[in-house]
Design a protein around this ligand. Structure first.
Ligand SMILES: Cc1ncc(COP(=O)(O)O)c(C=O)c1O
Length: 297
């Protein structure tokens, strides 16, 4: 299937309070977000025409903006309504929503005191489901050379564009070497997350996941923890070291985009897609989408 480049698509985008033609949602090349990374964003999914955890994502968007000193020129309710409005206008059933906030072009310097704060919300169809067979195939990860920085060097709890620079570098290297994605360690060499998702390990029937002290405490991560706990699975949040990975029975990633996705290989270590991962994945899909029919539980 031909993928149409994002800037060539047709449709509508919510842009600074108005719905504009997709092709008209542009910004000047001399904008502060592009040059100095003053940009925060969100990524949400739509299932059966419903936005999953809209309020939590909007709370995080405002938190990210606040961490960047950006005062959002709309209320949370206005941005929630705008997201509902644009998915209806675009007729999205299974899709993705990308709200983005950035500083504009009024000044071109590190200081951005006079720059306008712009807000846009784009959405597109993005069917969520792999076939059950594909879902069970699992992803492959390569340990990245770049490390997640400590929380006192950059606002690591913000979903801010600048934090993705090392993710793209790491993901490109992983893809070049034949892996699906990268595993990022933190500045101390502990396991952190993947480039756009959190990571979980099954050790002897328990679920272990790193403490998010210098990366996003993902909304899907929190959902996976609560699903597991409801099933009576013990969840342990702790420092995890790369040397321990070989002892894991199962590994999976969590994120709004990747959902719950098994990992079958990290560097040269291979893993099976096991029952805990399949169960949490199925329960997650049945929670997010009222029309999802659970397979093989
Ligand atoms: C770097 C990073 N970590 C983790 C996540 C998972 O977050 P969530 O589950 O809220 O989508 C994301 C996705 O937003 C991400 O980009």
């Amino acid at each position: 299937m031909e993928i149409i480049p994002f800037d060539k698509r047709i449709g509508f985008i919510w842009y600074n309070g108005e719905i504009v033609e997709w092709q008209d949602a542009t910004t000047h090349v001399l904008n502060h977000g592009l040059h100095y990374g003053s940009c925060v964003f969100e990524g949400l999914r739509v299932y059966s025409s419903n936005i999953y955890k809209l309020e939590q994502h909007t709370d995080r968007l405002f938190h990210s903006a606040n961490r960047m000193g950006i005062e959002v020129p709309y209320t949370k309710n206005e941005l929630n309504d705008a997201q509902e409005q644009i998915i209806k206008k675009m007729n999205i059933t299974y899709g993705y929503i990308r709200p983005v906030i950035w500083r504009g072009s009024e000044m071109m310097a590190i200081s951005a005191q006079k720059n306008k704060i712009n807000v846009a919300i784009a959405t597109w169809e993005w069917p969520s489901y792999f076939s059950p067979e594909d879902r069970l195939k699992g992803l492959t990860l390569q340990t990245a050379e770049w490390r997640r920085p400590p929380a006192n060097t950059i606002p690591t709890d913000a979903k801010a564009a600048g934090l993705y620079m090392i993710c793209t570098l790491s993901k490109h290297k992983a893809e070049k070497d034949g892996f699906t994605d990268a595993l990022m360690l933190d500045y101390e060499g502990k396991v952190a997350e993947s480039t756009g998702s959190n990571i979980f390990f099954v050790f002897n029937g328990e679920l272990h996941t790193p403490i998010p002290h210098c990366f996003l405490d993902g909304i899907t991560r929190q959902t996976a923890i609560s699903i597991a706990e409801k099933q009576g699975i013990k969840v342990v949040q702790r420092d995890i070291f790369p040397e321990e990975i070989k002892d894991a029975q199962e590994i999976f990633l969590t994120g709004s985009a990747v959902e719950i996705n098994p990992v079958r290989k990290i560097d040269d270590l291979e893993f099976k897609v096991g029952k805990v991962t399949s169960m949490i994945s199925e329960l997650y899909l049945s929670e997010v989408d009222k029309n999802y029919k659970i397979n093989n539980l």
